[in-house]
Design a protein around this ligand. Structure first.
Ligand code: HSE
Length: 413
C-alpha cells in the first residue's frame, strides 16, 4: 500500500483525490500497489465530503508522517509551496506537482535536493495540463538535439481567443467562462499577459537545453492588446492568431526564447488548435517535428498528469530517476531583438494611398492585407523577415511619415 498526501484541495488537488477513488484498480495495476490518500492539506474547510476526515491544516501532519511516501503539491505560487516541497524531499518523500511557477523559479534546486535524497520531483502536469510532454521530451526524444520548441501553452488565452473569434463573445465574458471552468490562474493576469505560458516555455527549455531559464529573463507579450481587426486581417492572410511560446538554441550555447501572440499560418498544425487545447511542437534533429496536443487546463486532464507522476513515484520509490538541469548562475537567454522574423503590422493613417506608397518603397516584397469592413483609415501588411531590432526602426520611420503603428505581431515561420 502506498500512502500519499495532497497539498491544496483546489481544482487540480480535488481532481487528484477523485482519480485515486475512481480509478483505484487501474492505479494498482499500473503501480503494483494500492494508492491511498492519507492526508489532505488545506486551510479551508470542506464539510460534507466523503473523505473530509483526511483534511488537516497543519503541514507537520504530512511531513512528519513516515507512512506517506509521495506528496502532491497542488498549492500554486512559490511560497510556502517551495518550503513545503523542500522539507518533504529532505524527509525522503517524492513530490509531484502541477505548480509551474515553482518549477520555473526553483526547479534546478528542487531537482538537486530530490537527487541528493534519492527521491523524485516530478512535474508532468506543470506544462500542457493533461498532455504528456515532459517525459516525451527527456525520455522518448532523448536521442535528439532539440532544434526548436513551439507551443500554445496556455489554455485560458486559447479558450478566450476561440470564444471571441468563433462565438463573437466579448473578452470579459470569455474570461469569466474560463474561470468558471477552472482553467484560469487565481489571478488571470498571469494567463492574459503571458506569464503562465512564459513559465511553461522556461521549463521546457530548461529540460531541452540543460540550464535553468528564469521567466524574468524572457521577453513576453500578452493578448490584451489584440483586436478583432487583427484577427480578421490574420484570417484574410489564411492564418490564426495564437499566444505562442518558442525556444530554440542559437550560437554560444544561448537560447532564443519568448512568448507573444503570433500569426500562425494555416499549414502549421498549431493554427487549428482551439479552445482549452494546448499543443507543443518539438523539432529534433533526428526525428524532425513531433506535435503533442491535448487539454491544456482543467481539473481531470491536469489531475490525470499528476496521478501518472504519482504512479511513477510509487514505482521508483527509493531511486532518483527524475531529470535534472543546472543553474550555473549565468543567463543563457539570447537577446530576442537579434531574432530574424517576419511581421504583421496594422497602422493608422490619414492618407491610405500615401501610406501604402511609403510602405512599398520602405519594405521589400511587402504583402498588403484587407478584409470586408476593414477601417478606412488603416492598412495592414506582412513584411519579409528582418532582424527584430529593425522592426523598431521601421515603427519610428512610419511615425515620422505620419503613419501610426497600432499592432505588430510576429509571424510563426
Ligand atoms: N491557467 C493555466 C492555463 C492552467 O490556462 O493554461 C494550466 O496550467
Amino acid at each position: 500500500m502506498a500512502k500519499i498526501a495532497v497539498m491544496g484541495h483546489g481544482v487540480v488537488g480535488s481532481g487528484v483525490v477523485e482519480i485515486t477513488l475512481v480509478n483505484g484498480e487501474q492505479l494498482k495495476k499500473r503501480s503494483g500497489e494500492t494508492i491511498e490518500v492519507k492526508r489532505i492539506l488545506d486551510l479551508r474547510d470542506f464539510p460534507g465530503l466523503s473523505y473530509s476526515n483526511l483534511f488537516t491544516k497543519d503541514f507537520q501532519d504530512i511531513v512528519n508522517d513516515e507512512e506517506i511516501s509521495v506528496v502532491c503539491e497542488m498549492m500554486g505560487g512559490v511560497s510556502p509551496a517551495y518550503e513545503f516541497t523542500k522539507a518533504c524531499l529532505e524527509k525522503g518523500k517524492s513530490v509531484v506537482t502541477s505548480n509551474k511557477e515553482l518549477v520555473a523559479q526553483k526547479g534546478a534546486e528542487l531537482l538537486q535536493i530530490a537527487k541528493q535524497n534519492n527521491v523524485n520531483y516530478f512535474f508532468e502536469a506543470s506544462v500542457g495540463g493533461g498532455i504528456p510532454i515532459i517525459r516525451p521530451l527527456h525520455q522518448c526524444l532523448a536521442a535528439n538535439k532539440i532544434e526548436e520548441i513551439t507551443g500554445i501553452l496556455n489554455g485560458t488565452t486559447n479558450f478566450i481567443l476561440s470564444k471571441m473569434l468563433d462565438d463573437n463573445m466579448p473578452f470579459e465574458e470569455a474570461l469569466a467562462l474560463a474561470q468558471q471552468k477552472g482553467y484560469a490562474e487565481k489571478d488571470p493576469t498571469a494567463d492574459i499577459e503571458g506569464d503562465d505560458a512564459c513559465r511553461k516555455i522556461c521549463i521546457l527549455a530548461a529540460l531541452a537545453y540543460g540550464n535553468h531559464i528564469y521567466p524574468k529573463d524572457v521577453h513576453k507579450e500578452g493578448i490584451s492588446k489584440l483586436t478583432l481587426a487583427d484577427v480578421r486581417y490574420a484570417r484574410s492572410w489564411d492564418g490564426e492568431i495564437k499566444l505562442i511560446g518558442r525556444a530554440a538554441p542559437v550560437e554560444n550555447g544561448k537560447v532564443t526564447i519568448m512568448v507573444g501572440p503570433m500569426l500562425v499560418p494555416q499549414d502549421n498544425m498549431l493554427s487549428s488548435v482551439d479552445g482549452v487545447f494546448n499543443a507543443v511542437t518539438v523539432k529534433g534533429n533526428m526525428v524532425d517535428k513531433v506535435t503533442f496536443v491535448g487539454r491544456g487546463a482543467g481539473k481531470s486532464p491536469t489531475a490525470s498528469a499528476v496521478v501518472a507522476d504519482v504512479v511513477d513515484a510509487v514505482k521508483s520509490h527509493g531511486t532518483s530517476i527524475s531529470q535534472t538541469w543546472i543553474d550555473n548562475g549565468e543567463s543563457m537567454v539570447a537577446d530576442y531583438l537579434d531574432d530574424v522574423v517576419a511581421y504583421y503590422m496594422r497602422v493608422k493613417t490619414a492618407d491610405v494611398s500615401a501610406a501604402k506608397a511609403y510602405v512599398e518603397q520602405r519594405l521589400p516584397e511587402v504583402e498588403f492585407l484587407d478584409y470586408d469592413g476593414s477601417a478606412e483609415d488603416e492598412i495592414a501588411f506582412v513584411t519579409q523577415p528582418m532582424v527584430a531590432r529593425e522592426s523598431h526602426t521601421l515603427e519610428q520611420d512610419l511615425e515620422q511619415n505620419g503613419i501610426q503603428p497600432v499592432s505588430k505581431l510576429r509571424i510563426l515561420q
